[in-house]
Design a protein around this ligand. Structure first.
Ligand code: ADP
Ligand code: MG
Length: 334
């Protein structure tokens, strides 16, 4: 089963950026207002995530890396009403199968912090008889997760990774995208050993100001706001999209559904079609959309990576998203 677990883990954690995505979602689930990420060698050598969320209780440290352990899903019924990001309890387990993972954490009611090491889904002892170590924990954070030597036991996977720089850029994109959708949270991304952050957002910023920080004022100045409620479909659409007279060097498409960064080729294609009717050939648009749907209608449980989503009334929803975008573009260009 060790092999099976490792393969399953590799399905969820494709590359350093997918580990970062899972860890950010956990921090957001834990209601962190500040999330800080530090990366060494594209995240393969080390990935550190610190957050100001609720932390993990000492007695839970022994189980958080077991597969299907989640504090977010108490009954099967809940699968119909998934509001938080995590619900499968597989991310930490997977990470512990393909890396060296340690967690140092303290809940707000505890006096000291505890540090735990994990391997293959199990708590491992740093010393005989001592599996969770009390440690001093100074600073504003409630948790400190360290992922080292990612894919140390998966030679072929390691070989398919891109250069450190490219892997770092993918992490950078994930962090930027989350900062756009969660502007109330402060994000920091930096490389190991460097004092200055590569990317940092203040708490309580706005989606617009974070887009400006990432893409520049030239892009930000061309953005149109979208805000639409479609009650019959239990669908909310908010977003920022470039206008029909503006083109970027490279297209940007960022989609969140119920607070989760997802890929949905059908929605992307629908938006591309809207723009291609208005933009000259080879022009590119910027599109950030955040959709809210009744969680009962969204099936995020199709694939373990949870990156692709299925939802009820998909055709109607895609049509409404497309029409909303089109109407916004036309209202501005007339
Ligand atoms: P899931 O998110 O699906 O519950 P994970 O494997 O991602 O599963 O996480 C397992 C559990 O570990 C979570 O349910 C949560 O209780 C705990 N946990 C993980 N990350 C954090 C964090 N940053 N802060 C507090 N608790 C966390
Ligand atoms: Mg999770």
């Amino acid at each position: 089963t060790a092999v099976i677990n490792k393969i399953a883990a590799g399905e969820i954690i494709h590359r350093p950026a997918s580990a970062v995505k899972e860890l950010i979602e956990n921090s957001l689930d834990a209601e962190a207002k500040k999330i800080s990420i530090t990366v060494k060698e594209g995240g393969v050598k080390a990935l550190q995530v610190q957050d100001t969320g609720n932390g993990i209780r000492k007695e839970d440290l022994s189980i958080v890396c077991k597969r299907f352990t989640t504090s977010k899903l108490r009954e099967f019924e809940d699968l119909r009403r998934i509001r938080t990001f995590g619900f499968r309890g597989e991310a930490l387990a997977s990470i512990s199968h393909v890396s060296h993972l340690s967690i140092t954490t303290r809940t707000r009611t505890e006096q000291c912090a505890y540090k735990a090491f994990y391997c293959d889904g199990h708590l491992t002892s740093p010393q005989p008889g001592l599996s969770v170590e009390p440690v001093p924990f100074i600073g504003p954070y409630q948790i400190f997760l360290k992922v080292e030597d990612l894919f140390y036991n998966m030679d072929t996977r390691r070989k398919t990774l891109k250069s450190s720089n490219e892997e770092y850029l993918k992490i950078h994109t994930v962090v930027c995208n989350y900062s756009i959708n969660f502007p109330q949270v402060s994000f920091t991304l930096k490389k190991f050993g460097e004092a200055a952050a590569d990317y940092r957002t203040p708490a309580d910023s706005t989606s617009r100001s974070n887009i400006k920080a990432i893409y520049g004022q030239k892009v930000e100045a061309e953005l149109l706001e979208i805000e639409q409620l479609e009650e019959s479909l239990e669908l909310g659409i908010v977003g920022l999209i470039s206008n029909a007279n503006f083109s970027l060097k490279r297209g940007v498409f960022v989609l969140f559904i119920n607070g989760r960064l997802l890929e949905c080729p059908a929605i992307r294609k629908a938006i591309d079609n809207v723009y291609s009717a208005h933009l000259p050939k080879h022009a590119h648009s910027f599109c950030y959309l955040s959709l809210t749907m009744n969680p009962a209608n969204v099936d995020v449980n199709v694939h373990p990576t949870k990156n692709e989503v299925h939802f009820l009334h998909a055709n109607r929803i895609i049509e409404v998203v497309q029409e909303t975008t089109r109407a916004r573009l036309l209202a501005e260009s007339s």
